[in-house]
Design a protein around this ligand. Structure first.
Ligand code: NAP
Length: 241
């Protein structure tokens, strides 16, 4: 399927997988509205400020995107984060709340606000994680949030069945982005150690997965894509050189 002339809304467009997907969509001829808190880093046709944890910000974002694009063919709910890598007994309510508000409430909110504007033939893509399929130690709130994303997309598939809207979740393993820097509160050394001795998947390679799902024929729904580095078998198991 040719994407030229279509429109897309991407959350978390300022960095990593979101930014890479915006680039690839635009290259494919899609007009893209991208949102993030760091507006200055969003390189989209329509760059917009967005905090998915904030109802008003999310409402204004979707309204502005629809106004600029005229309607939505593709929604990529990608904004998300993890905070900390500690046993649950050391987890804090503040971190848990931020993770769940961003990764779960934010996804439901943006989807609910955008759905009335999704055109027939539209496609909803969600950024999940292998953390949403199998637990690993010391990531409870993130794991809970990504299991929730997967559950939500299954439920949405049921509720939208019969409508011409496709739904895909992309569950990635280790991808080298700012994700680990954010997770470790800006500690570059800890973040770099996550990717040490392996060749992780790149943001562009995840974006390729998104575009693969988007470009299938309209009657084909790619429900889920799971993509990991060859050196990673699960969230807990990585072989390092
Ligand atoms: P990243 O480089 O840190 O990008 C995260 C994006 O989310 C940024 O654009 C950030 O923008 C945005 N974001 C965070 N909180 C937000 C909020 N409250 N409102 C709006 N935007 C917000 O990390 P990434 O790896 O590309 O992460 C993208 C998605 O992939 C996330 O859902 C993550 O869970 C998922 N994922 C990542 C990996 C990995 O290993 N990297 C693996 C599997 C899944 P601002 O900070 O500018 O708002």
């Amino acid at each position: 399927m040719n994407l030229a002339g279509k429109t897309a809304v991407v959350t978390g467009a300022s960095s990593g997988i979101g930014a890479a997907t915006v680039r690839k969509l635009r290259k494919a001829g899609v007009r893209v509205a991208g949102g993030a808190r760091r507006l200055e880093r969003v390189e989209a046709d329509v760059p917009l400020a967005l905090d998915v944890t904030d109802e008003e910000s999310s409402r204004v974002f979707v309204e502005a995107a629809v106004e600029a694009l005229g309607g939505i063919d593709i929604l990529f709910c990608n904004a998300g984060l993890a905070l900390g890598r500690v046993p649950f007994t050391e987890s804090t309510e503040a971190d848990e709340t931020t993770v769940l508000h961003t990764n779960v409430d934010g996804v439901l909110r943006i989807t609910r606000l955008a759905l009335p504007h999704i055109r027939d033939g539209g496609h909803l893509v969600f950024m999940g994680s292998i953390a949403g399929r199998q637990a690993y130690p010391h990531g409870a709130s993130y794991i809970a949030s990504k299991f929730a994303v997967r559950g939500f997309t299954y439920a949405l598939r049921e509720d939208l069945l019969g409508r011409p809207i496709r739904i895909t979740t992309v569950d990635a393993g280790l991808v080298e982005t700012e994700f680990s820097v954010v997770r470790f509160g800006g500690d570059r050394e800890k973040a770099d150690a996550v990717y040490e001795g392996i060749e992780p998947v790149t943001p562009d390679e995840v974006a390729d997965c998104v575009l693969f799902a988007l470009t299938r024929p309209p009657h084909v729904n790619i429900d889920e894509i799971v993509v990991k580095a060859l050196a990673q078998s699960s969230g807990a198991r990585v072989v390092r050189a």
